[in-house]
Write a protein that binds this ligand. Sequence first.
Ligand code: SAM
Ligand code: SF4
Length: 333
Amino acid sequence: MKKLIDKYGRIHDYLRISVTDRCNLRCVYCMPEEGMEFEPSDRILTYEEITEVVSAIAKIGVRKLRLTGGEPLVRKEIEKLIRMLSAVEGIEDIALTTNGMYLEKKAELLKEAGVTRINISLDSLQADRFAMITRGGDLSRVLRGLNAAVRAGFQPIKLNVVLMKGINDDEIADFIRLSIEKPLQIRFIEYMPIGHDDNGWRERYVPLQTIFNTVESMGLTYEKAEHVYGNGPAENFRIPGAGGTFGLIHPVSEHFCDNCNRLRLTADGNIKPCLYWDDEWNVRPLIGNEALIQDLFMRVLDAKPENHEMAKALSQETQSHTPTVRRMSQIGG
Ligand code: SAM
Ligand code: SF4
């Protein structure tokens, strides 16, 4: 029987689906302010096509899905897709990553449709700074979305914080305090060089060791927190007695490729074995033939590299593959 296990013995049970490359924001680390070209709508996988791909690969081991984008909540009636995916035999978990701007309106619907977990991206707790980083985001609206998600029964909620030197790294202490006060899982993420061909990201990159230094300078101690289901590569910690946790996702300073269990499907139907490299294969022409879809996923897995080399991008060493030219908004993170 076919199983999604690669030549390094990594079992792949997780597919991240970018449902759209469009977004209502333009975060500085993700998209350029202007000039972004979007896929025409006839090149974007329909809900039926996505469900067909998922049904095929659920039979060879995929159990967990994450819907992302672009912004997944800008796709019309996304709850319809979630209902369709929830009905696929073998799928046990459907998570969603959102910027939170439409969450107040959608949280209940998402819960009813079958979303199990929600991550909200929130890089600043200061309204003007949040608007600057996201180029137009409204912090109060995102916080209302967060509260609506709590009311709808999503628990716990994860907050993704991409740290950038000179932009929001002075807020580490505020986020740590938030993890003490609220039952939130704060996840600090290292700024990744996805789709960045300039030096901008290198200058802004903050290694996550900085978090521990900040906790110590606050006069606090921390302890390892229990592994949280669905937290993937995050290492989790807690300030003793805190209501929430904080986690570190450090793809650049210390990759976690040895345990990688994920594949990615872009909105235009490309399967990516690795977030960082440019290899991708389009599944769309095979939709309608389950065996061929499964075979393509097996071939993609065969080509999956042992690891990415983002650290070499930081030290400006030669890399063994070609990094993707896609933006994070086109891959989904
Ligand atoms: N629009 C949704 C959102 O912002 O949550 C989902 C898509 S977004 C591309 C998924 C995640 O990727 C977000 O948490 C975002 O912060 C993160 N991300 C985008 N560009 C990044 C970069 N260059 N480095 C690290 N994380 C990045
Ligand atoms: Fe949009 Fe999310 Fe990218 Fe921000 S990180 S521009 S919200 S896709």
